[in-house]
Design a protein around this ligand. Structure first.
Ligand code: NAD
Length: 367
């Protein structure tokens, strides 16, 4: 099988039905009929359970799993798998953010059940075939077609309850998918087009949602951007941004979305000098949403951050200054060779240290 190389680009589409728009979640019964399944195992965290039960009240729900935990600890995955086995469920319906979708994926991975995902944040896990599990402070990821939800229902009405700080951090998690996919190992014209348009929609949508959280057109725009961002990331893979966050999330249990938001400008400042085309695309997409003049990607991203009041410090999320060197050492092992710029442990410690302290992101010139 041909893989991406310097001469060849591979873009693999992922088979999935995506239903978007106001009231999309109400299409759930028809979508289950379309899949030829009826016995539902509902996966929803405690906070989303009431909404999830309302959406599924007329369905044959044979089991409900609400023990959703951030970063999908193996214990939670095992409990959910056991419930799927014992209930004879035919389909998993997940209603919630990335942790909820991730729990359904953990079940699909071993039980082979299809997933219908109803996302309520902008994490984007529903559009990828990537699963993740955490055991003893180490996060393991993998990609498997069986965990890709068969149907996604993007309903903006389910996101109006997201408070501003979650809207911003989750939306910037999606922005990070766009940016980090531009220099991913399998980046292609298709994934790049998705990433650029996703970035523009997210920047526009998030700004408008912050002004009015009930603006459904803006919420819809954020969901469209979320899908494009995650599909780009699934196709292209990622650079050091996702590797840094993968290590920090698994080892120090930092809040996923806010951590991505804090780290991204520092990674852009580091990678941009070695990836001028990607930087131009970021600057162009953000200029299309009213941020910057299309020239300076980092300045435009920081302008978006200032407008959104984005989180700035990993220290505030729980990473101590005395953990920075260890985090850099752990991350170094994971740096992908395809990252546009090689990175040393010292450079990683500097980058993570600035993010820990809440310092301004700076462009790191090529030496
Ligand atoms: P989350 O699912 O943990 O949710 C964060 C918080 O938001 C929770 O308290 C939840 O109850 C609340 N919430 C969710 N929807 C809400 C709503 N509509 N209104 C109010 N509150 C709401 O966090 P997340 O950022 O959505 O997802 C993070 C997880 O997803 C991480 O484990 C990450 O690894 C995973 N992820 C995976 C992929 C992938 O491709 N596999 C992609 C992105 C994220």
């Amino acid at each position: 099988m041909i893989e991406t190389s310097t001469d060849v680009t591979v873009y693999e589409t992922r088979p999935q039905r995506v239903v978007s728009g106001r009231g999309a979640a109400r299409a759930l019964p028809e979508e289950l009929t379309g899949l030829g399944v009826s016995r539902v195992m509902l996966v929803a965290g405690e906070a989303e359970l009431a909404v999830a039960e309302l959406l599924t009240e007329k369905l044959d729900v044979v089991a409900t799993f609400s023990g959703v935990r951030p970063h999908v600890p193996v214990e939670a995955a095992e409990a959910a798998r056991e419930l799927a086995r014992s209930s004879g469920a035919e389909v998993l319906v997940s209603v919630g953010g990335g942790s909820t979708t991730g729990t359904a994926k953990a079940v699909a991975l071993t039980q082979g059940l299809p997933i219908v995902a109803v996302p309520t944040t902008y994490a984007g896990s529903e559009a990828t075939d990537v699963w993740g599990l955490t055991e003893a402070g180490r996060k393991t990821n993998g990609a498997d077609a069986v965990v890709l939800p068969r149907v996604v229902l993007y309903d903006p009405e389910l996101t109006t309850s997201l408070p501003p700080h979650l809207t911003v951090s989750s939306g910037l998690n999606a922005v990070a998918h766009c940016v980090d996919s531009l220099w991913g190992p399998s980046a292609s014209p298709a994934s790049t087009a998705f990433a650029v348009e996703g970035l523009r929609l997210l920047a526009q949508g998030l700004t408008a949602v912050l002004a009015d959280g009930a603006d459904l057109t803006a919420r819809e725009r954020c969901q469209s951007g979320t899908y494009l961002a995650a599909a780009a990331f699934a196709a292209a893979g990622s650079g050091i941004h996702h590797k840094i966050c993968h290590v920090l999330g698994g080892a120090y249990n930092l809040e996923h979305a806010a951590m991505h938001a804090v780290v991204l400008p520092h990674v852009l400042g580091f990678n941009a000098p070695a990836a001028p085309e990607a930087a131009d695309r970021v600057a162009g997409a953000l200029a299309g949403a009213g941020f910057g003049d299309g020239g300076d990607a980092l300045a435009a991203l920081l302008a978006l951050y200032a407008t959104l009041g984005a989180p700035r410090s990993l220290g505030e999320l729980g990473l101590r200054a005395d953990q920075v060197n260890e985090a850099a050492r752990r991350t170094l092992e994971k740096v992908p060779p395809s990252n546009p710029r090689p990175v040393t442990e010292t450079q990683l410690a500097e980058l993570i240290g600035r993010a820990q302290a809440g310092a301004d992101a700076v462009e790191v010139p090529l030496s």
